[in-house]
Design a protein around this ligand. Structure first.
Ligand SMILES: NC(=O)c1ccc[n+]([C@@H]2O[C@H](COP(=O)([O-])OP(=O)(O)OC[C@H]3O[C@@H](n4cnc5c(N)ncnc54)[C@H](OP(=O)(O)O)[C@@H]3O)[C@@H](O)[C@H]2O)c1
Length: 281
C-alpha cells in the first residue's frame, strides 16, 4: 500500500508523513517544490501542484490513499487523475469554517467547501477531518513577538478556543489513511480543553518560564497590525469569530481519543514540545 501525503512540508502534512513512515508504510510526500521536502527515512518526495497537476500521474502511481490539503484553486483535475490512478480513499483536511454560521459563506469557509465539493464530485471515497484551533496558531500569530520578549496583542482575548495538538491531527489522519474502521464520516477533532486566548498565552509563558503580557487590542488596532501574509477579508472573519467566542466555551469532542485510543494532548504538551521555536534570539 502506497500513501501520498500532499503538503508534506506543512505543519500537519509533515507530521502525517512522519507517522506513516514510523508505522512502516510506503509513503510519498509531495510539495510544489519537491527539493524543499525533507522526507523521513523510507519516504520519497515528489513534485505536485494540486491545482496544476501536470505531473499527477507520476505522483499517484500505485497510490491507494491520499492525504489532501484544501488548496485555493480547483482540485478537480487532480482528483480525476487520482480516480483514474486507482486511488481508493482520500482524507481531506478541512476546517470548521466550512460549516460554522458566520464563516461558511465567507473566504475561509468558501475555500474549504469548494475542496469538499470537488471531492464529492470526483466520486472518490473520502473522509473529511475538521480540526479545531491549531496549536501552531500561537506560533503563527505571536511567535515573533514572544521571541523578542514583547507583549502579544490580542483582540478579544477572552474568546475561547480548543487548541488541538498537531500530532493528534496527524495520528487521526494516519489511522484514516491506513485502516477503514472510521472512514466515510466527518470527524470534528478538538483538543481536550476550552481555553481563553489569554490563557493560551499564559500557558506558553509558564512553559517558557517568562510571563507573556497580553495587550488587549481593539478591532481597529488588530486590523492596523495585520501581518502582510494575512488577507484583510480573512482577518475580518477571524475577528468576527473571536468576537462571537467571547465567554462561549469552545466545542469539545472525544474523536481524537475514539480514533487514536488516547486522550487528546493538551496545549501545554504542545508548548513543551515546541518551546524551542519561541526561545529568544
Ligand atoms: N489554523 C487553524 O486553526 C485551522 C483550523 C482548522 C483547519 N485548518 C486547515 O489547516 C491548514 C493549515 O495546515 P498547516 O498548518 O499544516 O499548513 P501549512 O504548514 O501552512 O502548509 C500548507 C501546505 O499546503 C500546501 N499547498 C498549498 N497550496 C498547494 C497547492 N496548490 N498544491 C499542493 N500543495 C499546496 C503547501 O505545500 P507547498 O510545500 O507546495 O507550499 C503546504 O505544505 C489551513 O490552511 C486550513 O485549511 C486550520
Amino acid at each position: 500500500m502506497t500513501i501520498l501525503v500532499t503538503g508534506a512540508r506543512g505543519n500537519i502534512g509533515g507530521r502525517v508523513i512522519a507517522k506513516l513512515a514510523e508505522g512502516g508504510h510506503r509513503v510519498r510526500g509531495s510539495a510544489r517544490d519537491a527539493a524543499a521536502v525533507r522526507p523521513p527515512s523510507g519516504a520519497v518526495a515528489v513534485e505536485l501542484d494540486i491545482t496544476r497537476p501536470h505531473n499527477a500521474k507520476e505522483a499517484l502511481r500505485d497510490v491507494d490513499a491520499v492525504f489532501l490539503y484544501p488548496t485555493r484553486g480547483d482540485a478537480g483535475a487532480f482528483l480525476t487523475a487520482a480516480r483514474e490512478a486507482g486511488v481508493r480513499h482520500v482524507v481531506l483536511l478541512s476546517s470548521p469554517a466550512a460549516y460554522e454560521a458566520g464563516e461558511y459563506d465567507r473566504p475561509i469557509g468558501l475555500v474549504h467547501r469548494a475542496a469538499e465539493r470537488s471531492l464529492e464530485e470526483s466520486g472518490l471515497r473520502h473522509t473529511v477531518v475538521y480540526p479545531s484551533w491549531l496549536a501552531t496558531n500561537a506560533f503563527r500569530d505571536w511567535g515573533e513577538r514572544i521571541r523578542a520578549r514583547e507583549s502579544v496583542g490580542i483582540a478579544y482575548p477572552d474568546a475561547q478556543v480548543s487548541p488541538i495538538h498537531l500530532d493528534d491531527v496527524a495520528e487521526v489522519a494516519a489511522e484514516l489513511l491506513t485502516r477503514d474502521t472510521h472512514r466515510g464520516r466527518m470527524h470534528v477533532l478538538t483538543g481536550p480543553e476550552s481555553l481563553r486566548l489569554r490563557d493560551v498565552a499564559g500557558i506558553l509563558g509558564d512553559v517558557l518560564g517568562t510571563p507573556i503580557p497580553v495587550e488587549e487590542l481593539t478591532r481597529e488596532q488588530a486590523l492596523a497590525r495585520r501581518a502582510p501574509w494575512m488577507p484583510e477579508p480573512v482577518l475580518e472573519v477571524l475577528l468576527d469569530v473571536a468576537a462571537a467566542a467571547v465567554g462561549v466555551p469552545a466545542p469539545l469532542t472525544n474523536t481524537v481519543e475514539r480514533i487514536t485510543g488516547h486522550p487528546g494532548r493538551t496545549f501545554g504538551e504542545w508548548a513543551h514540545a515546541d518551546r524551542a521555536r519561541f526561545e529568544a534570539g
